[in-house]
Ligand binder design. Structure first.
Ligand SMILES: *[C@@H]1O[C@H](CO)[C@@H](O)[C@H](O)[C@H]1NC(C)=O
Ligand SMILES: *[C@@H]1O[C@H](CO)[C@@H](O)[C@H](O)[C@H]1NC(C)=O
Length: 353
């Protein structure tokens, strides 16, 4: 499998994807351009992949909406755009001379894509040229799942992969933001700060190749040096498809299942106690109440057991943004347990003496 993937990749040179993540105005673009300069000194071909320019604004204009459908739509919409960016990188690696034109009926801005890949296309033939290729992915990447998408591409195409987290306190980001050409609304920065989960190699083994830079005072020469060392190591150690962190996936799956079941359990308890209250209000005799409570609890136990089993079978590897444990739990409770509850309740309440 691994061999086939390498064969599909026409670009034979070492390639690395480097994720730059952090809050808006943390200094990602500044760092990216400094790294571009350093890469050029080594004779590498490098490009910044600026998500802000590639993905149209309307892809996430509902970002702030907290509850309900809009967040889900925005998430899947935004995800498709991110996938389109990664797909374009993949196509570029397969057919560099064609892929700059963005054949795919792409979601991303083709002018911006062309600008981004121009620097990669030297007159020399890419196919035989061994000079390294570097993609610096410039976005917020605030959820691990967003970075994981990049990791998956690196693994699929056997590329190097590394991440740089730009840590910058809120005040510095905010004060820097005001001088940007495309300032970001305050709410967006604040919301993002709440959600930001920086790379955590202890928790996610796939995030091993990550460094964190403090960029409150700007990007130093030493920072650029550190990033170059990281990229150098990533180029030398491309991922392989066999590197399948099954253990990690399994741990994530179990954690997610536990969370869903926990949420569902709470929702069921609430429903049961409401039902009991209704029965009391209905002056159901206490023996009937006890029987009903027992049946409701049995139904709950079975439901939770099945929910866990089903979730573990069906969830290959959900990412946090795809899976809102609370929503999944609510939906399951509404569509399954609630019917059983009504059924049981109808046998004990309002069925006359
Ligand atoms: C596409 O990107 C180019 C270059 O960044 C920009 O000038 C243009 O306005 C963008 N087009 C759209 C539709 O956003
Ligand atoms: C960023 O700058 C713009 C324009 O100066 C301003 O409207 C916006 O509130 C700023 N955002 C933050 C988080 O300060």
């Amino acid at each position: 499998m691994s061999v086939a993937a390498v064969d599909q990749r026409v670009v034979r040179a070492p390639v690395s994807l480097c994720v730059l993540c952090g809050l808006p105005a943390a200094g990602k673009s500044t760092l990216a351009h400094r790294v571009l300069g350093a890469a050029a000194e080594f004779g590498w071909r490098a490009a910044v992949v600026p998500y802000d320019d590639l993905i149209p604004e309307q892809a996430f204009h509902t970002q702030i909406v907290e509850h309900g459908v809009e967040v889900e739509d925005m998430h899947s919409n935004w995800k498709s755009h991110r996938q389109a960016v990664l797909h374009s990188i993949e196509q570029f690696l397969q057919r560099p001379e064609v892929a700059t034109k963005l054949q795919i009926s792409s979601l991303i801005n083709s002018t911006a894509w062309q600008q981004c890949t121009q620097a990669m296309l030297r007159p020399e033939d890419l196919k035989c040229d061994g000079t390294p290729l570097l993609f610096l992915l410039d976005d917020n990447f605030f959820y691990p799942s967003m970075r994981y998408e990049v990791y998956q591409l690196a693994r699929k195409c056997c590329l190097g992969f590394c991440q740089v987290y730009l840590h910058c306190d809120l005040e510095s980001c905010i004060s820097r933001n005001s001088s940007r050409s495309k300032p970001v609304p305050t709410e967006v920065i604040l919301e993002m700060e709440k959600r930001l989960e920086p790379p955590n190699p202890q928790k996610n083994s796939w995030e091993m190749q990550s460094i964190s830079l403090d960029t409150a005072d700007g990007v130093s020469k030493c920072d650029v040096q550190k990033v170059m060392e990281l990229i150098f190591s990533a180029l030398k150690n491309p991922l392989s498809q066999l590197e399948d962190n099954t253990e990690q996936k399994e741990a994530d799956r179990l954690k997610c299942a536990t969370s869903v079941v926990h949420q569902a359990d709470r929702a069921c308890r609430r429903l049961i106690s409401e039902t009991m209250k209704a029965a009391r209000d209905n002056q159901a005799p206490s023996d009937r109440m006890r029987l009903m409570a027992a049946q409701l609890n049995e139904a709950k136990a079975t439901f939770l057991h099945n929910l866990r089993q089903r979730f573990l079978q069906e969830a290959p590897f959900f990412q946090e943004e795809d899976i809102d444990a609370e929503q999944v739990a609510k939906r399951a409770v509404r569509s399954i347990f609630d019917d059983q509850r009504k059924d049981i309740a109808s046998r004990f309440i309002n069925n006359g003496e």
